[in-house]
Ligand binder design. Structure first.
Ligand code: MG
Length: 289
């Protein structure tokens, strides 16, 4: 019969096999969401059990996503469907992390935003002042201006022009939620935040002052602050090159899972060597059997 952390004897068996095994060495875990816990709406088998087991063993866990359109409140329902109990503080989305980044740099800053209601909500919760007048903006914050079908959001129709004016005339700082260029949708790819970054960067001959989402370390720093642990005591578990890069840049243990969008061969062909590779998150906890 298979033994999984934290079953009796599992930790000893893992330690004996490898004293540096992430479950032996690490007190905190940052989990990417899509490809690790779920594929779209479908949960990955035994992922909820793996999270429950880590928590039962006393590990701290947070969930990190580059999502630029949803608030943490929006994501609670997603996790409920997946069968993973969470509170908002367990979720580090690019929307939330971007709001935290700006609020730390300049509390109550005046922000002109491009993006979805979920981004607006997190900016407001962080105490930032959303402005509609581009000339009054101190920051331009951009997320994806498109809905899930690839149509530009109606309330964003004037916002590329607004953001251009805030950056060009008002000298606002330019912050992007994530660098994601395109996404697969049912009938073909759709633009991501990259479409907005690209348009503004080309017009202004300059890139953003900061991009918060993976593979940038900004979002990981915020996730580590949530865990309350040093990077060296934490593991980043993900299914993409960006996860491994973000984890490595912070000095974390990197764990690649084969349950997602990228093959291990593809990852290695990009010159990225994760510290550990497992078929799925539950396999990371398997001691024997
Ligand atoms: Mg992923």
């Amino acid at each position: 019969m298979a033994l999984y952390y934290p079953d009796d004897g599992a930790l000893d068996a893992l330690r004996e096999r490898d004293p540096n095994h992430p479950v032996v060495r690490c007190k905190g875990f940052i989990f990417d969401v899509d490809g690790v816990l779920c594929r779209g709406e479908d949960p990955i088998p035994r992922a909820p059990e793996a999270i429950e087991r880590l928590r039962r063993g006393g590990k701290r866990v947070v969930f990190l996503s580059n999502n630029s359109t949803k608030s943490r409140q929006d994501y609670l329902a997603k996790f409920q469907r997946l069968g993973i109990p969470v509170i908002e503080d367990d979720l580090v989305l690019a929307t939330y992390a971007t709001a935290q980044y700006v609020a730390r740099e300049r509390p109550r800053a005046k922000v002109y935003m491009v993006g979805a209601p979920g981004l607006r909500r997190e900016l407001e919760l962080a105490g930032l002042e959303l402005v509609e007048d581009p000339f009054a903006a101190e920051y331009v914050v951009v997320g994806s201006a498109f809905d899930g079908t690839g149509r530009i959001r109606e309330d964003n129709a004037h916002r590329i022009t607004g953001a251009l004016r805030a950056l060009y005339h008002a000298g606002a700082k330019f912050i992007a939620t994530n660098p994601d260029k395109i996404f697969p949708a049912k009938d073909g790819v759709i633009p991501g935040t990259g479409a907005v970054i690209g348009a503004l960067s080309y017009m202004l001959d300059r890139g953003p002052d900061a991009i918060i989402g993976k593979p940038s370390t900004h979002i990981v720093e915020i996730a580590l602050a949530r865990l309350g642990l040093p990077a060296g005591e934490c593991a980043f578990v993900g299914d993409m090159d960006t996860d491994m890069l973000a984890g490595k840049r912070m000095g974390m243990t990197t764990v690649f899972v084969r349950s997602g969008a990228m093959t291990e061969e593809k990852l290695r062909s990009l010159g990225i060597e994760p510290d550990y590779v497992f078929d799925s998150v539950i396999e990371m906890l398997k001691a024997e059997g």
